[in-house]
Design a protein around this ligand. Structure first.
Ligand code: ATP
Length: 283
């Protein structure tokens, strides 16, 4: 039995998400701040003698194993390197699925890092990130999983080089958000012009008060329009006199930031009725 490589696939939240415009290729030009969380899936990889790629997850993620993003990443990676060994990939899922927390991208990034180690390829993080882009716009970020500004479709990264270590409560309503539908509903005339500058200053200076004031997600009104079932949670959060909260990605997950873990624990109890709650922190 060969060695097993273990990688953490960290969830992310968006402290800021703005849509700058629609592109010719039908994607939207985005400007986001991505922040990695302690909450993670675990990806374990080892070689198989029979040349097969096998992906096992502890909870069902996709109907067909071949549709798991980790499978696609492994298959392309081995092909690119001309490696004929098989691999076994075990994913322990803790990140809620299709929740705006980029769990799939995280697993993909972890798979690429893991394969790079297992086969001693020696690609740099940048090389892995470039290779990862074909699997999704958030994958280059997920290869690095460091706090950064992401532009373009999400693949152009500017690292902010800070550790915020902020306690974070996630609430994920049991609603299947269609990211595609949210972007189809989005109209640029109704996107609020909120600049990123104050948020990046807040992060550089680890200024919590400014950071919570500058939380922003341009997709939120459109997600709420498409999925009315998320609105009761939003309305409850509005009434709660919170220091800072926002939606992550296209939702439905909301996150609450506070320096006071005790307060978040209390809030977790109160908000359980709205969905799955997870107490974690920004790394
Ligand atoms: P994003 O914020 O990048 O849009 P998300 O957090 O909303 O992502 P994911 O959890 O990444 O959503 O999953 C989106 C879809 O991708 C799922 O519905 C699932 O069918 C598919 N998928 C493929 N592989 C994985 C994986 N390893 N983990 C989770 N989902 C996966």
């Amino acid at each position: 039995m060969g060695r097993t490589i273990k990688e953490k696939a960290l969830a992310k939240i968006n402290l800021y998400l703005n849509v700058l415009g629609k592109r010719e290729d039908q994607y939207h030009e985005l400007e986001m701040v991505m922040a990695p969380l302690k909450l993670h899936d675990t990806v374990e990889i080892r070689k198989r003698q029979d040349g097969k790629i096998i992906v096992e997850t502890d909870v069902a993620v996709t109907e067909r194993m071949e549709d798991n993003i980790a499978y696609r990443a492994a298959s392309e990676f081995l092909k690119k390197r001309g490696i004929d060994s098989g691999v076994e990939i075990r994913i322990t899922k803790r990140i809620p699925i299709a929740a705006g927390l980029a769990g799939g991208s995280a697993d993909c990034g972890a798979t690429l890092r893991g394969l790079n180690r297992l086969f001693k390829i020696g690609y740099s993080r940048e090389e892995l990130a470039d290779f990862g882009e074909q699997f999704g716009a958030d994958v280059p970020y997920a290869v690095h999983q460091k706090i950064c500004i992401a532009r373009g479709k999400g693949e152009k990264l500017l690292f902010l080089d800070r550790r915020l270590r902020l306690p974070t409560l996630l609430i994920t309503p049991d609603v299947q958000v269609s990211t595609r539908k949210v972007y189809e509903t989005l109209s640029m005339e109704r996107v609020e012009p909120v600049k990123i500058t104050k948020m990046t200053n807040a992060i550089y200076n680890c200024n919590f008060d400014l950071l919570v004031r500058e939380l922003h997600n341009a997709l939120e009104p459109f997600t709420l329009e498409c999925h009315e079932e998320v609105r009761p949670l939003k309305e409850r959060l509005e009434q709660m006199d919170l220091e800072g909260y926002s939606m992550s990605g296209s939702g439905p997950t909301y996150f609450i930031l506070s320096k006071d873990t005790g307060r978040l624990k209390k809030l977790q109890k109160e908000l359980e009725v709205y969905g799955t709650t997870t107490l974690t922190r920004i790394v």
